[in-house]
Design a protein around this ligand. Structure first.
Ligand code: ADP
Ligand code: MG
Ligand code: MG
Length: 251
């Protein structure tokens, strides 16, 4: 579903990703762990098409809604319309725009991009209620400005509601668990499972901590260090990393 081959990318002339290869098949959840500064967020930004991240080599193929495409050749909004979702380590605040407005605009922009009819206000509200309920997010919060004054946990929950509404084929979630208390972690973990655990979908779950993987069982765990995948294993690898550290395990 996602085939990253020998990817090289730089920021401001410094090479960060140095030949990263990774394949995720439909129905699989892959976790990526690794030390600070390894290039995990860079990978998610490159997949999303964030400006300033220059790809200098390699390829990314994505089997999206319109069949297999060269992901790196698409504009960011085209990647989203093809079914790619990015969850960010640091969600942005948008004063003056409510969660509901933002989500309705996002969804309908994607639908128009795919040649589908936009949802009416009533249809959208029904969908929003359902997805907010799934993530135990109050509808009052859905009416508040995007992320303004939200706690870390509330931001992540809002991001999961966004994912539920956009219903992507593939999600790249960058440290979705950072700053969550144990109850919020369970809600987010359950949300990822409910929305993305599907034979037709795929997930790249970037995390520092093993504990999220107790809720979202990965099929594979990779260690990203020095800009490439240094090691791959099953869920037991995450436990080893937590106990022994990256340097020992990736050596
Ligand atoms: P991780 O998410 O694994 O902690 P990042 O992808 O955020 O790592 O960063 C990888 C490396 O790229 C780090 O050495 C970081 O300092 C560097 N880096 C990240 N963003 C920028 C930037 N905008 N300009 C220059 N260097 C950057
Ligand atoms: Mg980091
Ligand atoms: Mg990061």
């Amino acid at each position: 579903m996602l085939k990253i081959d020998n990817l090289h990318a730089e920021i401001g002339g410094t090479e960060i990703l140095k030949g990263l290869s990774l394949t995720v098949n439909a129905g699989e959840i892959h976790a990526i762990m690794g030390p600070n500064g390894a290039g995990k967020s860079t990978l998610s930004y490159v997949l999303g098409g964030r400006p300033g991240y220059e790809v200098t080599g390699g390829s990314v193929q994505f089997a999206g809604r319109d069949g297999t495409c060269d992901l790196l050749a698409l504009a960011p909004h085209e990647r989203a319309a093809a079914g790619l979702f990015l969850g960010f380590q640091y969600p942005v605040e948008i004063p003056g725009v409510s969660n509901l407005q933002f989500l309705r605009e996002s969804l309908n922009a994607q639908r128009r991009g795919r040649g589908e009819e936009p949802l009416s206000g009533g249809e959208f509200l029904k969908l929003a209620r359902e997805k907010a309920g799934l993530l135990k997010m109050d509808m009052d919060m859905m009416k508040r400005a995007v992320n303004v004054g939200f706690s870390g946990g509330e931001k992540k929950r809002a991001e999961m509601v966004q994912m539920g509404i956009l219903d992507p084929l593939f999600a790249v979630l960058d440290e979705t668990d950072s700053g969550l208390d144990i109850d919020a972690l369970r809600v987010v973990g359950d949300g990822i499972n409910a929305i993305m655990r599907d034979p037709a979908k795929g997930v790249l779950l970037i995390t520092h901590y093993q504990r999220l993987l107790d809720y979202v069982k990965p099929d594979y765990v990779h260690v990203l260090a020095q800009g490439r995948i240094m090691k791959t294993g099953g869920p037991e690898l995450a436990h080893r990393l937590e106990n022994e550290g990256y340097e020992v395990v990736a050596a």
